[in-house]
Structures are given as C-alpha cells and as structure tokens.
Design a protein around this ligand. Sequence first.
Ligand code: AMP
Length: 201
Amino acid sequence: MLNLVLFGPPGAGKGTQAILLAKTFNLVHLSTGDLLRHEIAAKTELGRIAGELIDKGELVSDEIVISMIESRLKKPRCTIGFIFDGFPRTVAQAKALDKLLTKHHSKVSVMLCLAVDKGELVNRLLKRGLTSGRCDDLEAATIEHRIDVYNEKTLPIINYYESQGKYFPIPGVGTIEEITENLTSVVKTIYDKPIISHSHK
Ligand code: AMP
C-alpha cells in the first residue's frame, strides 16, 4: 500500500495538493478537517463539540479524530492506499495511526511536509476567509493562534517521522503545479520501493 501523510501548517496548501495527489496515485483522501466540518454541517453532537474548538483555533481531541480515521480505514475501497491531510496533528495521533495501519498490515510510506513562513500563511488564510465561509479563517488572532498551536503540538511530529527516515520537507511556495510536481517526484522515488532512509533535512 501507499500511505502518504501530507503535513504542514494551516494555509500551507495541504487540501489542494492532497486532492491532486489522490487523483495521481489513486488514493483515498482523508481530511480530518473536512470530516469534522461534515459533522458540523450535519448538526451532530460530535459536530457541536468540534465546532466550538475549531472556531477558537484549538485542536479537537485525539480520541475523536483517531476514531474517525479508524472507521474510515475499515471501509472497503478499490484504491492502493490513503493520503492523510491534517492528520496526524499530535504525536499521540501519529502513534495511533501507526497502530491502526499495522492492524491493516500496512504503514505510513512517507511524510511530505509543506514549508511556508508565518507571514505568508496569515495572508493566505485571511484571503481564503473572504470566500471559504470558515469562521476559523476570518480573524488574524484566530489564525495566529492556529499557527501557535501547530508549532507547539503538531511540529514535534517531524522528529517522529524523521527518526524513521520518512520525513520529506518540500517548499510550499511557488505555483500549485510546481508544488505538485515536487511532491509527486518524491512519492515516485519511494513508491513500490522499500523505505530505508530518505531524510532530506
Ligand atoms: P483543517 O481543515 O485541517 O485546517 O482543520 C480545521 C480544524 O479542524 C483545525 O484547526 C482543528 O480545530 C480541527 N482538526 C482537523 N484535524 C484535526 C486533527 N487531526 N486533530 C485535532 N483537530 C483537528
């Protein structure tokens, strides 16, 4: 199986690139942000709990997102693997993902990390907020808080994957096509080959 973790701060372009990579490599695109917004739109109890946290720029609990991923991994599919977008966001989630994939006799193939500086992220998200309808994209203070949460709780995941030789940083600036090409060429170097060590730090 080919299982990609698409990683990076809010506004790095994960969603856009995940859709393109899913098409190219025939992967199921799993975005925990999209799954949570779906729960909010469906007005479920889970959506109510998640919505309050999302609006404040906080993370939803590990238990909630891990169980969402667990149920999606169980669904029958006719693809060669998954692209995880916005998951994992904590080291606990990264460890849980490994456990879940092991149950399915699989593992994370590679972690692709889109790097974009803070000023550019804030600008992109404020611009997206004009059309996305997302409350968490509307105010600079909430956006900055999301980036702080990313730095504090999510960034440590890099060490987790780097120690396994699975961490690949990729510049998240340039045209969408250029970024897609860089991501695609990394995936092609590891696809169908055993993972040994690919640290490019
Ligand atoms: P995203 O669409 O990936 O930017 O996610 C939007 C929001 O959903 C985040 O700011 C978090 O509040 C929540 N969220 C999405 N994925 C996760 C996750 N893996 N763990 C915790 N919270 C998440």
